[in-house]
Design a protein around this ligand. Structure first.
Ligand code: HEC
Length: 216
């Protein structure tokens, strides 16, 4: 084997020792806590001049970087000033009519009927006599010969043709659908406001049709 030149041997030895330095430096950096930021080679958009949530900003008198909405701001689609539309009240009383942009026509009643069949008929029955499938099944469980099955409790869905309910103005029905009543839950989160009115109008029509006197 030919002898390597001395200079090369020494150079390789020195290079070998130097090569140990970076891994040792890395190892130390990983092990020893430092008050300095880590070295950041690619900045991308990591450091931007901006205010994060909950920090102070001396520009504003109250020192808050997070600005509250300007007084009187109304979120889009969330103006509830129309009490007829949103509360069913007109002139301080339950409204007897649909709110302004809506019309009491065949389309509204058809929509109301469809929504009623979906949301209300399960308990109140398609004609509103309180004889929906859920109600019938619950009554079966409650009036079992050996006592209520699994301790079932049930408040019967009211007939919408009861004296008290029959005479309620449309606005009051709207209010019941919106907020619920006693044991019945409200439907504001499931049924949009105009559909609730359409249902109320349809219930009034149901009541008229079922409770008409021969003379009518
Ligand atoms: C899960 C069953 C159930 C559903 C679905 C349901 N209701 Fe009821 N509803 C009841 C019960 C139960 C009562 C009686 C509550 C009580 O007396 O505690 C009631 C009562 C009522 C009353 C009588 C209010 C009064 O002043 O006495 C009206 C009107 C009414 N519901 C309308 C509706 C309409 C309209 C819908 C559809 C949007 C609907 N309900 C959906 C169970 C239901």
């Amino acid at each position: 084997m030919p002898k390597l030149p001395r200079i090369l041997v020494y150079s390789l030895m020195i290079a070998g020792c130097l090569a140990l330095i970076p891994p040792l430096v890395f190892a130390r950096m990983r092990a020893v806590p430092s008050p300095n930021r880590p070295i950041h080679i690619f900045y991308d958009m990591d450091f931007q001049p901006k205010f994060k949530t909950q920090v102070g900003n001396p520009l504003f008198a109250d020192g808050r970087a997070m600005r509250p909405p300007v007084a009187g701001t109304v979120a889009r689609g969330e103006s509830y000033v129309d009490v007829h539309m949103y509360e069913g009240v007109s002139g301080g009383q339950w409204a007897a009519t649909l709110p302004a942009p809506m019309k009491l026509d065949a389309a509204t009643l058809a929509r109301g009927r469809q929504r009623f069949d979906i949301y209300c008929s399960a308990c109140h029955g398609y004609a509103g006599f309180g004889d929906g499938a859920v109600n019938r099944r619950a009554m079966e469980l409650v009036t079992n010969a050996n006592g209520p099955v699994n301790g079932t409790q049930w408040v019967a869905a009211k007939s919408l043709h009861d004296e008290t309910t029959r005479n309620q103005p449309m606005g009051q029905l709207f209010n019941t659908i919106t907020h619920g009543i006693r044991n019945m839950a409200g439907y504001a989160s499931q049924i949009p406001v105009e559909d609730r009115w359409a249902i109320a109008a349809y219930v009034k029509a149901l009541q008229l049709s079922q409770d008409a006197a021969a003379a009518d």
